[in-house]
Ligand binder design. Structure first.
Ligand code: TPP
Length: 552
């Protein structure tokens, strides 16, 4: 057995059950070893797609995933997806062959590439030590929630491993993530005191609290709180009558009003960045802000906090709930029948009235909100939604309901256009029981179109919806001062025909009646994926985009 085979076998034994990649000479053997040891290999058509599929698969399944890359150019192609994963603290192993000789055409400084985007890097440099190095890399990925690049130099890959390394392969097991730290008793008491006295408490959950739904619902019940999430944790409180959905640029007018009026805001696993707080404006000037995070460095990163708790969100919620349960009288909170009625009537974007932008004639265009409401009605509730970046992104993010936090995958930490389709592939593989929905702009769709082949080849029953304004709409609406827009506008592309070329069924939507084509496809047998080329009206930028531009 050589090093490449030992590393591939070890990764599978350490818990990698899916590996995504593009295979070339340098990563051929390690990938085959992963497969031989039981991992499923998913061939992407571009390395950036592979990295993002792995990232999304890991996020939605909660399992460890790997990316397999050719030396040099395979890695550079994957860098945008790796940056997204690293910024999101996705536990991910990126296995890349490495040409260490500077005279090789494939040589680049691979460790520097990794660290430049916030990933960590290790090099497997010997046959004797290869196993320990891989075990350490996987440990860092799982236990420290890091994206780890494992460099496999070509000459080292070919070396024979000693018999004791082969023997030890059989003993490997996946590392079990440790339970997060308990809160200090004084911190739990201070949190309970604040919540007990609160007139209108809001519990705001971010990525770091996606595991804590039940505990946070119980805490909210104990203190009469309202619930909200950051965009990445969307769906976490689905079904609660006290859920305000997303806080931030995507917030409904009612959610914004109620969060702004809160006197206590407790952020669980959320850093309260400019997106989640609308540049701070959603937090009232008098509000007491509490932040709960396993990472001490996250506390106060974006705004000062009254109380910072270094602890696991679920453990903190349990501790505070227990203390609140002993209070007499119980915490009052804000849960009146009138408020419940308002949330039921105004709590969703689709309940907020709007003037329909739809147009008729030869170049008829559908309002993106109307389109999305009709899709929301037509698509089965059991869905997993992935959204690309662009002006359009608020429509699917907010008008499509999702069944839980696992029903929404938001790869936007790097704000890159072009990751949405691959995100949907990874999410679809993680949740084969749900209908995968990829919501893309025409720019993001055409940037990543090669992965339409992957969707079709894998037989995924995916609905790809393209909000097609024949433009980089986000840029069009950014530059409104009369500058030339030729650099950001395009002639119309028949994206349904592009999809057909890849083996999709296609529907072009110009008005509400065209949704019949989507309903027909949903009725079955769904043998091919569906591409919906929705020619959308975009006379002005979306509501959340104006807010976003303030951050540039
Ligand atoms: C990789 C990358 N390139 C460029 C940008 C800048 N950018 C942000 S939004 C956008 C336009 C996206 O167009 P489209 O996908 O059609 O969505 P729309 O804005 O039209 O709704 C661009 C080019 C980016 N964020 N990421």
């Amino acid at each position: 057995m050589n090093v490449a085979e030992a590393v591939g076998t070890a990764l599978a034994r350490l818990g990698v059950d899916h590996v995504f990649g593009v295979v070339g000479s340098g990563n051929f053997h390690v990938t085959n070893a992963l497969v031989a040891a039981g991992a499923r290999y998913v061939a992407a058509r571009h390395e950036c797609g592979a990295a993002t599929m792995a990232d999304a698969y890991a996020r939605v399944s909660g399992r460890l995933a790997a990316v397999s890359l050719h030396q040099g150019c395979g890695l550079t192609n994957a860098m945008t997806g790796i940056a997204e994963a690293a910024k999101s603290r996705t536990p991910l192993v990126v296995v890349a062959a490495e040409a260490t000789q500077v005279t090789s055409n494939f040589h680049v400084d691979q460790p520097a590439l990794a660290t430049a985007v916030g990933a960590t890097s290790v090099r497997v440099d010997s046959a004797d030590g290869c196993l320990d190095q891989v075990v350490a890399a996987v440990g860092s990925a799982v236990l420290d929630r890091r994206t780890v690049l494992v460099n496999l130099p070509l000459d080292v890959q070919a070396r024979e491993v000693p018999p004791d390394v082969v023997r030890r392969l059989g003993d490997l097991a996946a590392p079990a993530p440790t339970a997060g730290p308990e809160p200090a008793p004084a911190d739990a008491a201070a949190l309970a005191d604040l919540l007990a006295a609160a007139r209108q408490p809001v519990l705001l959950a971010g990525r770091g609290a996606r595991h804590a739904r039940a505990e946070l619902l119980a805490l909210a019940d104990a203190c009469g709180a309202l619930l909200a999430t950051s965009a990445v944790a969307r769906g976490l409180f689905h079904g609660s009558p006290w859920s305000l959905d997303v806080s931030g640029g995507f917030a409904t007018p009612l959610a914004a009003e109620l969060i702004q009026d809160a006197d206590v805001v407790v952020a669980f696993g959320s850093v309260l960045n400019m997106w989640t707080t609308r540049h701070g404006s959603l937090i009232g000037p008098e509000a007491a802000v509490v932040q709960v995070d396993v990472d001490a460095a996250a506390l106060g990163r974006h705004r000062p906090v009254r109380l910072g708790v270094v602890a696991d969100s679920a453990a903190t919620a349990v501790a505070a709930t227990r203390l609140l349960g002993r209070r007499d009288p119980p915490a009052p909170g804000c849960r009146s029948p009138e408020l419940a009625a308002r949330i039921a009537a105004e709590g969703r974007w689709r309940d907020v009235p709007y003037d329909d932008w739809g147009t008729g004639g030869d170049d008829a265009r559908i309002d993106p909100r109307t389109l999305t409401v009709l899709l929301d009605d037509a698509l089965p509730a059991e869905r997993v939604v992935a959204v690309d970046s662009g002006n359009f992104m608020g429509y699917p993010s907010m008008f499509l309901s999702v069944p839980d936090a696992g029903g929404f995958c938001f790869t936007q930490a790097f704000q890159s256009v072009g990751l949405g389709l691959a995100t949907a592939v990874g999410a679809a593989l993680a949740r084969p029981d749900r209908l995968p929905v990829a919501a893309l702009g025409d720019g993001g769709a055409l940037m990543a179109a090669a992965e339409l082949d992957t969707v079709r080849r894998l037989g995924l029953p995916m609905v790809v919806v393209v909000y097609d304004d024949s433009a980089y709409g986000a840029e069009v609406h950014h530059f409104t001062a009369g500058e030339p827009l030729d650099t950001v506008t395009f002639p119309d592309t028949d994206i349904a025909a592009v999809g057909a070329g890849y083996g999709f069924d296609g529907v072009t939507v110009r008005g509400p009646a065209d949704l019949a084509g989507v309903r027909d496809w949903l009725a079955g047998p769904r043998e091919r994926p569906l591409l919906v080329d929705a020619k959308v009206a975009a006379p002005r930028g979306s509501w959340w985009l104006e807010e976003a531009f303030r951050g540039h």
